[in-house]
Design a protein around this ligand. Structure first.
Ligand SMILES: Nc1ncnc2c1ncn2[C@@H]1O[C@H](COP(=O)(O)OP(=O)(O)OP(=O)(O)O)[C@@H](O)[C@H]1O
Length: 357
């Protein structure tokens, strides 16, 4: 430990803060390019340099420019009987087109709140949210309707909520297309219904009503309904919550099929660890913010040619430079309230507050 370390509240470390004192190493500029004072004797920053720096910032691509879903410091506050609950507390999330992402998190962490906002069913209190070019805070009633009909499809946990009980599977799938009321003719619609039901493995259920189907068949039909109008994004909130683990696996396979065969971007909220570990990207939400992310990739052993999936966990650094440290890490080292940071050439060290004892 050296004097250059900076105390920072534990669980929300701000590396940008540490760079101001620990000004050394190649990563210094990447962390806080403007914070370090010029070395003594160095020429003061010229007006030209300042202008060039400002122009560089102007020309930087905007946050989320290449993402299909962008949540930028999203806040949702619920007020009931004078009590405020901050369900989302500045959540950042980017999802690129074609991704299949699982969202996990403890009960009450804000997952459903986020899904309802992305589905266009609820509006955030502050921040920005954009999906496929639709600004979810600014869109009017007409755009909201078009957004919910054409851009997003939704599958709920409760199988009964996804399908109309008095319609057959085929009629349920045809309904969103009929409600859209333009484009495809009747024959083309019927062909799409048949195609979706067989893609999802429930062609044999086409003339059955929901009560004549198993829970798994109902959820697969629900995915077909959600895909009827060829949405860009398919959202699902605990879609396997009411199913046994084998059926849950089949439902998850159906989401994967939609993702791989139709190119639909899929975001699934799940408690099911087996489901979460099946996807390439799992994002964890904690206290209304994205906290950690697990990325999985396939590696091929150069010697044996054998393939294996390698998972790596990342902590999220938000746009304000805040880093959420996993609770098991901070608890293991007795980190509370403040930690000590040190900027090194290729990493930032974090230590428990040595004045605490
Ligand atoms: N309509 C509402 N009115 C008041 N508070 C709400 C409302 N909806 C959600 N909340 C609160 O916001 C917080 C986040 O809730 P949310 O349902 O998003 O969590 P979750 O992560 O989906 O939980 P679970 O896994 O149990 O479904 C909770 O404290 C919840 O009580």
């Amino acid at each position: 430990m050296t004097e250059s370390r900076t105390g920072t509240p534990a669980g929300s470390a701000s590396p940008a803060g540490s760079a101001t004192r620990s000004a050394r190493g190649p990563s210094e500029t990447a962390v806080s390019p403007t914070a370090a004072p010029p070395p003594s004797g160095a020429a003061a920053t010229t007006l030209g340099e300042l202008e060039a720096r400002a122009a560089g910032r102007r020309d930087r691509p905007r946050y989320g420019h290449d993402a299909l879903i962008t949540c930028d410091r999203l806040v949702r506050i619920f007020s009931t009987d004078g009590v405020e609950v901050q369900a989302l507390q500045g959540l950042d999330l980017l999802v690129r087109e074609g991704e299949l992402t699982a969202l996990v998190g403890a009960s009450g962490s804000g997952k459903s709140t986020l899904m309802n906002i992305l589905a266009g069913l609820d509006e955030p209190t502050a921040g920005a949210a954009e999906v496929a070019g639709f600004d979810l805070l600014a869109m009017g009633a007409k755009d909201r309707l078009r957004y919910r009909r054409d851009i997003v499809g939704f599958v709920w946990q409760q199988t009964a909520r996804n399908l109309l009980p008095y319609l057959t599977a085929a009629q349920n799938v045809a309904l969103p297309m009929q409600l859209r009321g333009r484009g495809a003719r009747k024959a083309a619609r019927a062909e799409r219904v048949t195609g979706l039901l067989s893609l999802l493995g429930v062609a044999d259920c086409r003339d059955r009503r929901p009560r004549e189907m198993s829970g798994g068949q109902q959820q697969r039909t629900a995915i077909a309904v959600a895909l009827a109008n060829d949405p860009k994004v398919l959202l699902a909130d605990e879609p396997t919550g009411e199913l046994d683990s084998r059926t849950a696996e089949q439902i998850f396979a159906a989401f994967r099929t939609a993702n791989e065969r139709l190119g639909t971007t899929v975001v699934i909220v799940t408690h099911d660890q087996a489901v979460a570990s099946e996807v390439r990207r799992t994002v964890a939400i904690r206290d209304g913010r994205t906290s950690t992310e697990i990325l999985r990739r396939t590696e091929v052993d150069a010697a044996t040619g054998q393939e294996s999936v390698v998972a790596r966990e990342y902590a999220m650094l938000d746009r304000a430079g805040r880093l959420q440290l996993p609770a098991d890490h901070t608890e293991a080292l007795g980190m509370r309230d403040r930690v000590v940071l040190e900027l090194e050439a290729d990493h930032i060290g974090i230590w428990p507050d040595d004045t605490a004892s």
